[in-house]
Design a protein around this ligand. Structure first.
Ligand code: HEM
Length: 199
């Protein structure tokens, strides 16, 4: 049975913290490599190599996300720092949208990278060839790269909101939200903010 550690009620469990920052690193690398792909469009060899890295990391990210969702389901939230219901609910909505956007990015990516009749096959981790995709509406197949690129911007917008909320909570409201997601996070003792449990 999966059980997350709970060393300190003021921050997320170590597993959640590790998975959170691992997700962030994977996403940053994926976006950089994705944009590099566009810059190397004319060089087939480099493009295929970059696409192989991009696709492999993207599929690895899906595994990280699935583990993260499982761990999140068995983890307890840290104690609330007294945020309003509105802020709590909007933060949750952005987080759920982020998960959905990342999952949608992986699936649209797999379709976009699927072998074309005369194109080179992409092998995940240099071993497993991506399957040929059929049965999707032609309009989706024709626009899949644009859908993937649009999802990237949607995700970047969500990440912006997610980061701004953490920065606002920490530095404007002084509730140290950000510290809940770092391994050494601990509110400064001098702050006398009210702590309430929220489940
Ligand atoms: C969260 C996961 C992912 C992110 C953040 C991401 C990000 C990106 C970005 C930024 C681009 C460039 C878009 C543009 O043209 O402006 C791109 C392109 C692309 N990605 Fe992804 N990607 C992800 C997952 C995947 C996966 C899993 C695959 C394949 C299995 C994939 C396949 C592709 C393909 C085929 C392109 C188009 C390359 C081209 O024709 O230039 N992506 N991706």
């Amino acid at each position: 049975m999966l059980k997350a550690s709970r060393p300190n009620q003021e921050r997320w469990s170590t597993e959640i913290i590790v998975l959170h920052w691992l997700t962030a690193v994977c996403v940053i690398v994926l976006v950089v490599v994705g944009w590099e792909l566009g810059a190397h469009a004319a060089h087939i060899g480099q493009r295929t190599m970059l696409l192989q890295w991009h696709a492999s990391l993207g599929v690895a990210l899906l595994a990280v996300l699935l583990v993260r969702i499982l761990v999140r389901l068995v983890s307890k939230r840290p104690l609330s720092f007294g945020e309003s219901q509105l802020r709590h609910r909007s933060a949750l909505a952005v987080q759920v949208a982020l998960y959905l956007a990342m999952i949608a990015l992986v699936f649209t990516g797999v379709v976009a990278a699927a072998p074309r009749p005369f194109g080179p096959a992409v092998h995940l981790f240099g071993i497993w060839p991506l399957p040929r995709i059929s049965g999707l509406p032609l309009i989706v197949m024709q626009n899949i790269r644009s859908i993937h690129a649009a999802l990237v911007w949607f995700m970047i917008g969500l990440v912006g909101m997610h980061v701004m909320a953490a920065v606002y909570g920490t530095f404007v409201r002084g509730d140290w939200t950000l510290l809940r997601m770092v391994p050494w996070g601990r509110r400064p003792r001098k702050k006398s903010l009210e702590i309430e449990g929220d489940g």
